[in-house]
Design a protein around this ligand. Structure first.
Ligand SMILES: Cc1ncc(COP(=O)(O)O)c(C=O)c1O
Length: 447
């Protein structure tokens, strides 16, 4: 068995076949031009053709401390040899408790309990179920409605898809959950274009929630879920005071507020969570990605005492939450999670991010005035350069620009005609300059 694995042919870059069906990928186009990586270290990927590619996406918004951090690699190795698997159903292992405790130390005050999942999508669907279960546990089972937001991305489970706000993601898969409403995107380019950090106008978009509640009857709403900064939908930082207003409206009506921090968690905004960066505490935080520095799949739902205690009120021998996954709290993921937290601390990565954010902002905004650029948004070490679409060819400029950057040795992500950026938080100033120069050259080279 070992021999056949060792001698199995490795796919060549120009002959990948179609046994592997890739997510969110134009398969037939990919086959004709496969982008393959064979290694990674620090800020760089090693492409199959041997080139070093500067990673301006932290993998997929997840490798916050850079690739192949030795402490994390070693922790995974050690854990694999010591305890490869143990179920979390009615049993556990010390690493899971240790990681949960460490997470609650960095989470906002009062969010003291962690439910482990294996991805952001599972974290979101778990959070939505916990929100409904919370109301039911308190004798308020009529609260089932969920409110999301336009352009929100909450993963690919049916729950996350339903509260998500990107129409194309839903088109082929309905019907989705009933009783879901959406807030609109708090953005108006004519007033907020080229804002640096949070737009100073637009807090009143939050008042839409009050209007929605009047239409939906607030006593039937379980939770509002938002990404504090919209990520995959195009990097939209919230207007100042917008999240505070959502918080107070939710509190007034007994509705749980969920922050989906799958991207913003673990330092992206210079604090452990965006909740702390914005000074707004939700009832539930969902996280994943940077939780293990992307090294092992893992997600989590961090809940407040209020929510947890509501579940703990029944008979002590009864299971309080009929929900979970085979790999919840997997030993390898927990080992990676603990090592990731140690690494973030050791590198003082969150403070470093806060200090570097103004440099990032200034560098990105140098692209104002470059061909096709219609907006630039940034916060922490997140950014987007939005391009005007070619008439009749939406997405063409985005993918041409990303392709040009890749040829130039820089990995950026095109989301439609937006170039989204989220480098590892260890990025150096000269690498920021390289990213911006590469995008500029891509923009200059196309019509
Ligand atoms: C805010 C947010 N929520 C949920 C998810 C889904 O996470 P996963 O892809 O790990 O399921 C993502 C993924 O990008 C995300 O950005």
């Amino acid at each position: 068995m070992t021999t056949s694995l060792q001698t199995a042919p490795r796919p060549l870059a120009n002959d990948v076949g179609d046994a592997h069906w890739l997510p969110f990928t134009a398969m037939r186009q990919f086959r004709s031009q496969p982008m393959m990586f064979v290694g990674a270290e620090g800020m760089y990927y090693i492409a199959a053709d041997g080139r070093r590619i500067l990673d301006a996406m932290a993998g997929l918004w997840c490798v916050n401390a850079g690739h192949a951090q030795p402490r994390i690699v070693e922790a995974i190795r050690e854990s694999a040899g010591r305890l490869d698997f143990v179920s979390s159903f009615k049993m556990s292992h010390p690493g899971a408790f240790e990681l949960a405790r460490r997470l609650t130390e960095v989470a906002p005050e009062g969010l003291d309990h962690v439910f482990f999942t294996n991805s952001g999508s599972e974290a979101v669907d778990s959070a939505l179920k916990i929100a409904r279960g919370y109301h039911r546990a308190r004798g308020d089972a009529g609260r089932t409605k969920l409110i999301g937001r336009a352009k929100g991305y909450h993963g690919m489970g049916f729950g996350g898809l339903s509260v998500g706000g990107i129409g194309r993601h839903k088109r082929d898969f309905g019907p989705l959950l009933p009783d879901v409403a959406h807030l609109s995107l708090p953005y108006d380019r004519s007033k907020m274009g080229f804002s640096r950090g949070q737009p100073v106008t637009g807090a009143d978009y939050a008042d839409e929630l009050e209007a929605l509640l009047q239409v939906n009857d607030p006593a039937t709403v379980a939770a509002v879920i938002v990404e504090p900064v919209i990520g995959s939908g195009g990097v939209y930082p919230p207007p100042t005071q917008y999240l505070d207003r959502l918080r107070s409206i939710c509190t007034r009506h007994g509705i749980l507020l969920i922050f989906d921090e799958v991207i913003t968690g673990f330092g992206r905004l210079g604090q452990p969570f965006a909740a702390q960066a914005f000074g707004v505490t939700p009832d539930i935080i969902t996280c994943a990605k940077g939780m293990t520095n992307g090294a092992v799949p893992m997600g989590g739902v961090i809940v407040s005492d209020l929510v947890f205690d509501a579940f703990m009120a029944g008979p002590p021998e009864a299971i309080e939450l009929f929900h979970g996954y085979t790999y919840s709290g997997h030993p390898l993921a927990c080992a990676a999670g603990l090592a990731a937290l140690d690494t973030y601390e050791e590198l003082d990565l969150f403070a470093r991010t806060a200090a570097l954010a103004p440099v990032w902002e200034a560098a990105l905004h140098q692209l104002k005035g470059a061909p096709h650029v219609v907006d630039i948004r940034n916060i922490g070490l997140l950014g987007v350069v939005e391009l005007a679409s070619r008439p009749g060819e939406p997405g063409a400029r985005g993918s041409l620009c990303a392709h040009s950057c890749y040829e130039d040795g820089v990995l950026v992500r095109a989301s439609g005609d937006s170039i989204v950026l989220s480098p590892p938080l260890i990025v150096e100033e000269h690498q920021i300059e390289q990213i911006v120069a590469s995008i500029r050259s891509g923009l200059n080279s196309m019509n």
